[in-house]
Design a protein around this ligand. Sequence first.
Ligand code: NAD
Ligand code: UDP
Length: 339
Amino acid sequence: MRHKILVTGGAGYIGSHTTLALLEADYDVIVLDNLSNSSKASLERVGDIAGRKPLFIEGDLRDAALVNQIFKDHPIESVLHFAALKSVEESVREPLRYFENNLFSTMTLCQAMASANVFNLVFSSSAVVYGTPSIVPIAENHPVGQTTNPYGRSKFMIEQMLTDLAHSDPRWKIAILRYFNPVGAHASGRIGEDPNGIPNNLLPYICRVAVGTLTELKIFGNDYPTIDGTGVRDYIHVLDLANGHLSALDAIRKNSGTHIWNLGTGQGHSVLEVVKAFEAISDRPIPYKIAPRRAGDVAACFANVSKAERELGWKATYTLNEMLRDAWKWQSTNPLGYK
Ligand code: NAD
Ligand code: UDP
């Protein structure tokens, strides 16, 4: 019988790519998603690509009765927990909604898991927990918690909660994955990132300028102490990230406790490097203007990935050009996303 996995937030950007990777690796997948920031079309397309569908349950992770019932109805062995609200900017305006959704859904999930004797959990954290890094590349033992916004604090609080939980009961096997900057899409161009409204993140914004739905990119600051003055980030292909989850799942099943791994490439790229590389790949101009720095942004943020390489036997494989090529294929063949 196949290993059955519950994927929360599996209709979203990273969850849908990971659901596909799980199906391709012969897992059975149940997705729970309230579609607050996604479309179930993503999962239909995942089913088409894999030749096998995940079971989709539309519902909210904060609904304890529903979540308990899912564990009663299905012999779930492990959970990948992606469901969360994720906009930094929105979290500053609506902190309670962020704390309520992100914390309460994780508590409801962990309670239901413990009641059902399911203890394998992979949690989507973020490099945002490092706040303004005092040193780059950033290793997992870099201080955490000096986060600059409620979204980041919700991730930090959940990390602490999961760590306490694993201390309280040695049956818990928990992976905390700190993602750097996920970009790109499945090479088929059929699934990808489809943010609501005007994107906050660099690559979705560039993609919309390239298809003409936005007119120009604002580059937030060109006076940082970086190679060309623009911000440097560690962009990682979403397919590498998806594979990182499979490796983390294998690793925790052999080891109890909480384990933290950075998932990045270890390479930093500036905003201008990304813009130039994207123009070359898409053969479209990306008009831009230099704007003031964005509040809360840091100059450079990239990962030390040696712990993940050593302990998971996992390494990112896609180059920046491949990430941009796949993002562009998705955007150019689906200019309106899943709509
Ligand atoms: P996404 O918004 O595309 O996916 C999140 C999914 O969770 C959505 O489908 C949404 O509908 C669902 N969801 C939210 N609250 C829910 C709830 N209460 N009940 C059920 N479903 C709910 O985001 P993503 O980019 O795929 O991110 C996935 C995870 O990775 C999130 O936890 C996010 O914080 C984390 N993360 C993302 C990034 C990034 O840049 N994309 C970086 C670091 C960490
Ligand atoms: N950025 C930018 N213009 C935009 C969006 C982002 O110049 O419209 C810059 C941002 O200042 C940062 C980099 O692009 O240096 C990556 O930003 P993103 O929001 O994608 O990721 P994060 O800042 O969360 O790492």
